[in-house]
Design a binder for this molecule. Structure first.
Ligand SMILES: *[C@@H]1O[C@H](CO)[C@@H](O)[C@H](O)[C@H]1NC(C)=O
Length: 381
């Protein structure tokens, strides 16, 4: 099994090295049509009017899932529904180290989306900028299998990627995504295309998106979608990709100020071209700032009661863009269904990390591995 996967990786590398990727050419709307191709643009998919377009809100959290941060997720997310009575979504970009996979299984069974954020989340950031195809096969491609195995969830449910530090390596992560059947990337910030906002698109053709953290892809790579991280604006109009990265903000104890700050950013989308509105944040920022947590909860309480706003898993946004329907038809659709997936937990450890000789403990939904799973040995065999 391991030898087979090594062989597969080698074949993929050979395929990647053997052919230089074609440079993307300017997008031709006539040649690039939904559901599988979309030019990068701020046009609303399907030519809908803004008032007929569902305003999607994507709440996302990054990094490991553990017994501490799950408390916040349970408190602020569980039991929420949108106005169409479908459960509200959120997406977790999970890194492997110190993740408790029993809790990943719990989030999955609650209908939330589990996505990839690398096995190691290693520093320095330059590692990701310079990452080779093989590096990213081991960090992202292999993580899909690892996540499915330890959290006992279907590999087909794992669709999204966010690279650590929002640091892309040009074409490479998208090539890996195409080869490992991953649907979309949510790593690429835009500060230029925020009002009106950039809608998700594919990389068949040249992207019009500004490259904030180079290198960005320039090849034609059919397959994966880009779900742009549309920046917020702070109180001095400086852009920020992650909410916890905004600089000039209301005081962290000012609930009312934060509530208005969130709404102001939301309204740029809601009263504009309704490009998906992202609330991209780390759990520590919410749990260590109770006033911001209350403001965030108030914001969700409001949007969960608006008839044209839907807090969804990020992959659901891509599903809608591929097949855009107006709000009234969207509201009639059935809610997404998650087939329950049982976790029989094993508490494993101490397991030695063969890369650093540290002892690790893991809670997983499978039999315990021999070694601590890591880059190059994702199942810890
Ligand atoms: C991406 O691929 C294009 C086309 O082959 C190439 O010109 C470009 O240099 C590549 N980008 C990086 C960062 O390697």
């Amino acid at each position: 099994m391991k030898r087979l996967s090594v062989l597969c990786s080698l074949l993929l590398v050979a395929a990647a090295l053997g052919t230089e990727l074609p440079l993307a050419t300017p997008c031709d709307e006539e040649a690039c049509k939904l559901p599988d191709c979309r030019c990068s643009s701020t046009n609303i998919p399907g030519g809908l009017r803004a008032r007929d377009t569902p305003q999607f809100v994507t709440v996302t959290f990054d990094d490991g899932i553990n017994v501490i941060n799950i408390e916040t997720y349970r408190e602020v997310l569980y039991g929420r529904s949108n106005s169409n009575r479908c459960p509200a979504g959120a997406t977790f970009y999970v890194s492997h180290e110190y993740t408790n996979y029993q809790l990943v299984n719990e989030l999955y069974n609650r209908g939330f989306e589990i996505a990839l954020h690398s096995i190691s989340h290693r520093t320095p950031q330059a590692f990701w900028a310079d990452a080779t195809y093989q590096n990213l096969v081991q960090e992202i491609g292999d993580q899909k299998r690892q996540m499915a195995h330890f959290a006992s969830i279907p590999a087909s449910a794992i669709k999204g990627v966010r690279i650590p530090f929002l640091q892309m390596s040009g074409n490479t992560s998208f090539q890996v995504m195409a080869d490992f059947d991953l649907l979309y990337d949510c790593t690429w910030p835009t500060t230029a295309l925020t009002n009106p906002g950039l809608w998700p698109y594919t990389l068949h053709h040249e992207s019009i998106q500004d490259c904030i953290i180079p290198p960005c892809p320039t090849a034609s790579i059919p397959g994966p979608w880009v779900l742009p991280m549309i920046s917020w604006r702070d109180l001095n109009n400086f852009p920020c990709s992650m909410v916890d990265g905004c600089f000039f903000t209301p005081d962290r104890t000012d609930e009312e100020g934060w509530f208005k700050f969130i709404l102001t950013n939301f309204e740029r989308h809601y009263l504009g071209n309704r490009a998906p509105f992202g609330f991209f944040v780390h759990e520590w920022f919410i749990s260590s700032n109770p006033a911001i947590k209350r403001a965030f909860v108030r914001f969700m309480d409001i949007i969960n009661n608006l008839n044209d706003v839907f807090m969804v898993n990020s992959a659901e946004v891509i599903d809608w863009v591929k097949n855009p329907v107006p709000i009234d038809r969207y509201r009639q659709q059935q809610c997404k269904f998650t087939m329950p997936s049982i976790c029989r937990p094993s508490f494993c450890g101490p397991l030695t990390g063969t890369h650093n000789q540290l002892s690790y403990y893991m809670t997983i939904c499978n039999t315990c591995p021999r070694n601590y799973p890591w880059v190059g040995n994702p199942l810890g065999q």
